[in-house]
Design a protein around this ligand. Structure first.
Ligand SMILES: Cc1ncc(COP(=O)(O)O)c(C=O)c1O
Length: 310
């Protein structure tokens, strides 16, 4: 199929098509009900990171929502590799991709025949990572604000599933961005403890101990898990904990983790500065260095290198 020069291709229900020709019927339940899950990995110097771990998490989300994607995990992994390979020639040498799998339950239509589809909708796509927009966050640290909206409790919908329904996190995001467009939200749980924000987990450091919210209340991030493994190799004490605002305001250091950010230092929480005089602080710097080694790529320098680019 022909495509304009420079247009990426996307996997859609078994076919690789140019993005502009990848159409999803308007009766798709992902659109009408948010009835869909997704996962996202990234590349480092054009190599995919932890593809299997992301696909395993995707299939746990699918099991939770009882959606059958019609592909085995191995097939999903292979298609992910194929999407990356087909689109890598479009990347600048210092750029990288998010690679995202999206699976919806499919069509909610009385006559599915007219749509030519009678199963789930499976999409695998990639998008360039936003290095330039985020570069200042790596230099100065992220400002975190706590919105009034609370994170959906696990009794209602498990935050451990990565669903396309992001409304809870979007509401938190809207509130925070209204105060500061560059700030990041971290929502509290119903008991007033930190959980997570739009697409990111949080860690704080207090008295040399690394703390992060309990997995029951958050998405178990692959980057969060990578940091936990790095902490072990560094002999750093690590705990899952209830972290309230008292703990947050007394943090020596804090950082968020996500596939795209990897590890990004936090400058302040509700305008209360973390205690470390330098950003990133000493323990965060060790974690960053460990992360660089795990991914075999200077992700931090890659972000900073985009500071000067206009
Ligand atoms: C709600 C939420 N929390 C945390 C994360 C971080 O997970 P990971 O490190 O696997 O990207 C994500 C990823 O997008 C997310 O959506």
């Amino acid at each position: 199929m022909s495509r304009p020069k420079g247009e990426r291709v996307v996997y859609l229900n078994g076919r690789y098509v140019p993005e502009s020709q990848a159409m999803v019927p308007f009766r798709d339940r992902g659109f009408t009900r948010g009835d869909a899950v997704y996962d996202a990995t990234r590349t480092f110097a054009h190599r995919i990171f932890r593809n299997k771990e992301h696909i395993d998490r995707l299939y746990r989300s699918l099991s939770y929502l009882q959606i059958d994607p019609g592909l085995t995990p191995v097939e999903m992994m292979q298609a992910t590799v194929e999407v990356a390979a087909r689109n890598t020639p479009l990347l600048a040498p210092d750029a990288d991709y998010w690679i995202i799998q999206r699976v919806s339950r499919g069509l909610d239509a009385p006559d599915k025949a007219i749509w030519g589809q009678d199963g789930p909708t499976v999409i695998i796509e990639c998008q360039p990572l936003p290095f330039r927009e985020r570069a200042p966050l790596f230099r100065d640290g992220i400002k975190v604000f706590i919105p009034s909206v609370r994170r959906t409790p696990p009794e209602c919908l498990s935050p451990r599933a990565k669903t396309q329904n992001y409304l809870n996190l979007i509401l938190g995001d809207l509130e925070v961005r209204d105060r500061d467009p560059a700030a990041w939200p971290i929502l509290l749980d119903m008991d007033g403890n930190l959980t997570e924000g739009r697409g990111a987990n949080i860690f704080i450091v207090r008295d040399g101990v690394l703390l992060t919210p309990h997995e029951r209340f958050v998405l178990p991030g692959i980057s969060r898990q990578t940091v936990i493994e790095i902490a072990e190799t560094l002999d750093l004490e690590f705990k899952e904990a209830d972290i309230d605002l008292f703990d947050a305001y007394n943090a020596d250091e804090a950082f968020i983790t996500s596939t795209s950010f990897c590890v990004c230092p936090i400058q302040s929480i509700n305008n209360v500065a973390v205690k470390s005089a330098v950003i990133p602080g000493p323990i965060t710097s060790k974690i960053v260095e460990g992360y660089r080694q795990v991914v075999q790529h200077d992700f931090y320098g890659q972000y900073l290198s985009h500071l000067a680019v206009r």
